[in-house]
Design a protein around this ligand. Structure first.
Ligand SMILES: Cc1cc2nc3c(=O)[nH]c(=O)nc-3n(C[C@H](O)[C@H](O)[C@H](O)COP(=O)(O)O)c2cc1C
Length: 195
């Protein structure tokens, strides 16, 4: 799969098979974050791989899923919950005004490399941070930016051209449809507004 194909295929996955991800693959995913670009090469990140079933379950309880959907359609049931998380930490010692950009690039690297390995993911910023800080023994000087939920996909969301609303929805079969702004609506050529 080319990078372009991976990018086109990538959708946030919120239904997972209950199959363990080998630790070596989780480490490869973090390795791809580590190599991302960062302003002033500050690399303001650290990562925690969480794959112990008890901890995954505990972290899962503090995550919020698919805010546009009714609750039962958003958060996965325990039978389709993620099997691992990667917590993305900001190290306060290495911050700049561009740190959020750096973290974003690192997380996208992880999402794409995970997909190349056949693993689906959902980037979750809506985390109740305090209990998760405690669960993971995160010391002062670090902040949880977000967590990446991971697992082999048990759904196949589909993108479609956005018409009116940015809200994704599930159809009668439970398939997630995700609106994306069209090329024509986001692109100019040479000067703004020239199509
Ligand atoms: C910074 C960021 C934070 C996100 N936080 C959440 C979240 O807390 N819960 C969730 O279910 N999805 C979350 N998402 C996933 C978005 O809902 C998803 O990317 C969007 O609906 C587009 O769908 P797609 O990823 O399939 O293209 C987040 C995405 C980004 C980039």
């Amino acid at each position: 799969m080319s990078v372009y194909e991976t990018v086109q295929k990538r959708r946030s996955i919120r239904r997972f098979k209950q199959k363990k991800i080998p630790l070596i693959i989780l480490r490869k995913i973090v390795d791809s974050a580590r190599m991302g670009p960062s302003a002033r090469n500050l690399q303001p990140w650290e990562f925690i791989i969480i794959d112990s079933p008890e901890l995954v379950k505990a972290v899962f309880e503090h995550t919020n899923w698919a805010g546009y959907l009714p609750k039962e359609q958003g958060k996965p049931s325990p039978e389709q919950a993620p099997v691992a998380f990667i917590a993305v930490l900001k190290n306060e010692r290495f911050q700049s005004k561009w740190s959020n950009h750096d973290i974003g690039a690192a997380v996208e690297n992880m999402i794409l490399v995970a997909l190349e390995e056949g693993i689906g993911s959902c980037w979750i910023a809506s985390v109740t941070r305090e209990p998760v800080m405690e669960l993971l023994n995160i010391p002062a000087g670090y902040e949880i930016d977000s967590v990446l939920a991971l697992g082999y996909a048990d759904e196949e969301p589909i993108a479609f051209d956005l018409d009116e609303s940015v809200k994704y929805f599930r159809d009668e079969y439970g398939r997630l449809h995700v609106p994306k702004r069209t090329m024509e609506s986001v692109i100019s050529h040479n000067k703004f507004g020239q199509r």
